[in-house]
Each structure stands twice: as C-alpha cells, then as structure tokens.
Design a protein. Structure first.
Length: 164
C-alpha cells in the first residue's frame, strides 16, 4: 500500500509538471507571435470619413497596451459589448474566436443610426483584437465604423472596460 501511494504521488507530480511546462510553452509561443505581429503591423490610429450618396460613414481605429491579464480583459470586453461564441448563435451578429491566453478576436454589428433626414448611416460595427505581446503586456487594437456618435461611444466603452 505504501508503494502504491508513493507511485500515485510521483505520477501526479509528473503530470502537474507537464501541464506547467505546456502552459509555459503556450505563453512563450504567444509572446513570440505577438512580437512578430507588432513588428510587421505596428500600431495605428486613424480616423477617416467616406461619403456615399450624401451620407457620411465614419471609420476609426486605434491601439493601446495594458498590463492586465489577457483572459480577464477579454471577459470585460465580451461582457461590455455582448459578444457570443460563434458556435452558440451564428445569427447573433456579435461573435468571438479565441486562443485562450494568447489571442482573442471579437467583432460584431450594433444596429445603425440615421441622420436628421432619416437616412441610414450604415451599420455600426466594432472589431477588437486582444493579443499577448510578451513581457506581461497585452496589445489591444480596435476598429469601428458607422456613425460618428457610435464611434465615440464604442471607443469610450472599450477604454472604460479595459481600464476598470
């Protein structure tokens, strides 16, 4: 019986050590991928307007970094904007794809606004990518399009969700 307990203890210690090593490898791969992506694409911030048939559709994008845990940041963004997994409801219009601990990509449509003439300003859209860049840093890049009011609201809500 003593040998059985000893063997079980050694087996569980080996299994726990293996899981920790896999987690460390996953974290390192995520850091390297983030660094490559940052060096290729860099970080952008721009605001553009497109006029179509007298209607102005705004587009804005930006990025910033955070020292918070990427998984917790994802939960905050998901809850703030109501994103759902692709598998649960393809009609939701607000979906996300994940590689836990490394990358989160969420996107969705948030209705549309109308101008003073009752003309639709197009769909309000938001896309957010959270990426582990290494050194306990998370890169958050976002792009929004639609009405000017929507873009300001989306940026404010995203910033607030990430900062809290």
């Amino acid at each position: 019986m003593h040998y059985l307990k000893y063997a079980l203890f050694l087996t569980s210690a080996v299994l726990v050590t293996g899981c920790v090593e896999l987690s460390a490898i996953n974290t390192k791969v995520g850091e390297i991928a983030g660094q490559i992506n940052q060096s290729i694409y860099g970080s952008n911030s721009s605001n553009t307007k497109v006029s179509h048939n007298g209607v102005t559709i705004h587009n804005n994008e930006g990025s910033f970094t955070s020292r918070q845990n990427i998984d917790k940041l994802f939960i905050k963004v998901r809850r703030e904007f109501g994103f759902r997994p692709v598998e649960t409801d393809s009609r939701a219009g607000k979906v996300y794809h994940t590689v836990p601990g490394t990358l989160y990509h969420v996107s969705g449509f948030f209705g549309h606004d109308e101008d003073s003439r009752g003309v639709s300003l197009g769909d309000n859209y938001l896309e957010v990518i959270l990426e582990n860049t290494g050194n306990n840093a998370v890169s958050i890049s976002w792009e929004a399009s639609g009405s000017e009011r929507w873009i300001k609201q989306a940026e404010s809500r995203l910033t607030k969700a990430v900062k809290n």
